[in-house]
Design a protein around this ligand. Sequence first.
Ligand code: ATP
Ligand code: MN
Length: 464
Amino acid sequence: MLPRTRIAQVLQSGVVGDKIAVMGWVRTKRDSKGGFSFLEVNDGSCMSNLQVIAEKGLPNYESEVMKLQTGCSVRVSGTLVASPGKGQKVELKGEEIHVYGWADPDTYPLQKKRHSFEFLRTIAHLRPRTNTFGAVARVRNSLSHAIHTFFQERGFLYLHTPIITGSDCEGAGEMFRVTTFDLQNVPRTDGSVDYGKDFFGSPANLTVSGQLEAEIYALSMGDVYTFGPTFRAENSNTSRHLAEFWMVEPEMAFCDLDGDIELAKSFLKFLFRHVLSNCREDMEFFNKFIDSTAIKTLEDLVEQDFEHITYTEAVDILTRSGESFEFPVKWGTDIQSEHERYLCEKVFRKPVVLTDFPREIKAFYMKCNEDGKTVRAMDVLVPRIGEIIGGSQREDDYETLRRRIEESNLSLEAYWWYLDLRKFGSAPHAGFGLGFERLLQFVTGMANIRDVIPFPRTPGNLSF
Ligand code: ATP
Ligand code: MN
């Protein structure tokens, strides 16, 4: 039996006369009057289908080939012939067609018509067989690879930070608890839960960020990055939030906020350039069916400089804009996604790097500026999405950090090791977090974050 050739490879380098076998799923079948059929076969390796011609002379033509329908899985062995149709150079003349699995057209949910993304979410086991979700999966894969390439080429060390943690990264109460307690019968001492009897002997959570652990390794290995799942139990039902999402977090020793911003910008540009040159076919699909500006947006970004303004300047622009926002803007309050989008889409028409936020609205570990009011934080905002990256220079001064932990009502004991890093060989360091799904949303033009991750987890929804 011939080994399997991927359709991507056939369409790229197959030549007339090649004897090959492909395996995949039938997208469509057309029967021609002359006693033959055309099958469009897709194997996930690329957007395009391979056209297969099946002639009446095949031993199973009437018993099987005629009965093939959308969704059936097949192996087709045969010879490549010149394709009279436009679009592809070759098609496969089937000499042997084996059916692996049937798909009853009366019950197979993916029929030729276009289904809504809402409906497709209810069949997450079948949606990767559609053009859109196939393309998302390939771009997601390609960008994952590019992320590693970017950092590895620059000498960064890939660090595995823990999924289960005993620390709450930002003191935010948005964590998923990890426990082996029988919830019907939780051990208590004097009315309060006795975590000493739980699996770890203390409270445990799913991580919301690998940053604190990445800082440990940055302060010994220099430049590190993480790329892994993070979990947030925030009850925000938006098109930009997931309860489980993937984050890329570089952390650099001997680096300040400016160096951090420089890295973030070259990182994003590298990824956009990568997608433009490596995911052409899928990007053309998104451009045609999802967002007609998708390719142009990326091409412009690779050339353009990002705008850079401080939080204080942004508040000025927003309050003077005359725009009526749902959340009013005032110095000291958080910038909401409507404001982020207004800045990128209406004011600057490009990505914006916002820096120097008020201390009160940012995490305790961000380095304080000399003004005593702001911290060396930065957010990268992009059109349509808003915040895609959040980062900062970290507080490296022991006393300042200790004060900030106390002011934030966090426990000094819990952060003893974090403080230790400022006691022994402390150094300026900085890093950021890129939300991988937000990046994918931005690149593909997909409107909802639930459609750029294979199995989305959101409040009230865990069906796959
Ligand atoms: P937002 O204000 O948009 O909720 P955040 O400020 O809480 O985000 P950070 O803690 O700075 O987010 O996390 C770094 C990056 O991770 C963000 O810039 C964003 O791209 C991504 N991110 C944060 N929360 C989520 C989420 N719930 N789902 C998907 N991506 C997220
Ligand atoms: Mn943020």
